[in-house]
Design a protein around this ligand. Sequence first.
Ligand code: CP
Ligand code: NVA
Length: 310
Amino acid sequence: MNAPRHYLQFKDFSRAEYDYLFSRTRWIKDRFKRYEPHHPLFDRTLVMIFEKASTRTRLSFEAGMQQLGGSAIYLNTRDSQLGRGEPVEDAAQVISRMSDIVMIRTFEQSIIERFAEYSRVPVVNGLTNEYHPCQILADIFTFIEHRGPIQGKTVAWVGDSNNVCNTWLQAAEVLDFQVRVSTPPGYEVEPERAGLYGTGHFVHFDDPMEACRGADLVTTDVWTSMGFEAENEERMRDFADWQVDEDMMKVANPGAVFMHCLPAHRGEEVSADVIDGPQSVVWDEAENRLHVQKALMEFLLIGKVDKDRS
Ligand code: CP
Ligand code: NVA
């Protein structure tokens, strides 16, 4: 049996594969908008394992698999044996004998890597403490829809150097754009944890305004990610000056878009006038999770499809 292809972090795919995925997403999205059925994954089963909460990831994977002709099963830590200490390696062998593809949202990246090592079927990262590749797949597709190719552009990240930030940084190396990150002292990017090759696509700024100056895309995320709730009070104090507001958007490129993976906290990491304002593309960004993940699941299960023949 050939080893399956997994999607555990952004750098698992090449630039050519992303070019294919983005064009395939366009095709899948257009068909969906015309109510034209597309069932390449008839009879296939997706298992979704959630060790953390979710709205968008669950909905987009479950709806996406059904729209592709397959079915999806939801498992969580609370009501499965996963929460009672069954080894990840055993769970991977059992779950992958009964399904065709597995999506996991969990804590450490090492958990999903161990699962993938013992899985007979492709494993997709639906968010770990370190990375959130499906989110950035959707974000970059959204940028391309609104502003064209991302190569050579500048992204400003304001806030915590978390899983979403790390994934932007990997994407910059794979797709050749720049990410300017501004975090409070003590929350800086850890290049090794971010899995960077060190190709010079990332610059740190102490001042968030300077990070935003001239940026084509300004983005942020919650100050306290899932799993870090014990640090919440301290983070509220430490991040107080790292809110994306109108002043930051004003120094960005006049055509800049604002993104947030959601859920958002208005008045914390972003002001209401920015997230609800004219430069915000957050609802397109959320919707595109559906379309990019359909392209991703199709690619992992049946490979590249010649669009004129499908
Ligand atoms: N952006 C995102 O992954 O949202 P959920 O936590 O709702 O899945
Ligand atoms: N950084 C956030 C993203 C949620 C989609 C978290 O990990 O909680």
